[in-house]
Design a protein. Structure first.
Lengths: 116, 117
């Protein structure tokens, strides 16, 4: 059984470029989260999907960030007009249930984004 | 106020010894879950252990155990018989009940563990 996969693993972008980060969750997992992890910090919540519905996007730092999960499986995090402060590791996590207290998240390896 | 506090930025332990990584949390909910994750240099967050607020016994998973002290709001991770492969960042996280908060897990800043031979 494959785990959560993310692509690309590394992305270098010039300031102002648009980037798209992909997450393939574990098959059948209902919940999907995106996190941003700055160097030396813990993951910070960005957005949450339950199947194809984006139930919470309160963590997205600006309107340059956009996420989708159109068919309830693969998700894409898009960052428009990247800025240097967007440089971070972007983690995707999926879980089988409805994000209840006991619902364990399984993380992908992350995409390290560097904006020059 | 920080919901999850990990006060040890770095810890060193000798191979085969036990080590305790501290985690304190802050919540007004009665129902919550506590998680520990390991993040090696490869970057992937690996789930280690879970403790529910209503669980009467401390959680254990192989060499990992959670020293849960509810009154003190602490959930320390104990790793027994440390191995060189245990060297990594360790994150404590909490998910609060729907009544008092959100389903969004909150992570601490992590503790870097180095196991030396």
């Amino acid at each position: 059984g494959a785990g959560v996969s993310q692509s690309p693993r590394y992305k270098v972008a010039k300031r102002g470029q648009d980037v798209a980060l992909r997450c393939d969750p574990i098959s059948g997992h209902v919940s999907l989260f995106w996190y941003q992890q700055a160097l030396g910090q813990g993951p910070e919540f960005l957005t949450y999907f339950q199947n194809e519905a984006q139930l919470d996007k309160s963590g997205l730092p600006s309107d340059r960030f956009f996420a989708e999960r159109p068919e309830g499986s693969v998700s894409t995090l898009k960052i428009q007009r990247t800025q240097q402060e967007d440089s971070a590791v972007y983690l995707c996590a999926s879980s089988p249930g409805l994000a209840g207290i006991t619902d364990t998240q399984y993380f992908g390896p992350g995409t390290r984004l560097t904006v020059l | 106020a920080q919901k999850i506090t990990q006060t040890q930025p770095g810890m060193f332990v000798q191979e085969k010894e036990a080590v305790t990584l501290d985690c304190t949390y802050d919540t007004s909910d009665q129902s919550y879950g506590l998680f520990w994750y390991k993040q090696p240099s490869s970057g992937e967050m690996i789930f280690l252990i879970y403790q529910g607020s209503y669980d009467e016994q401390n959680a254990t998973e192989g060499r990992y155990s959670l020293n849960f002290q509810k009154a003190r709001k602490s959930a320390n991770l104990v790793i027994s018989a440390s191995q060189l492969g245990d060297s990594a960042m360790y994150f404590c996280a909490m998910r609060e009940g729907m009544a008092g908060g959100s389903y969004i897990p909150t992570f601490g800043r992590g503790t870097s563990l180095i196991v030396h031979p």
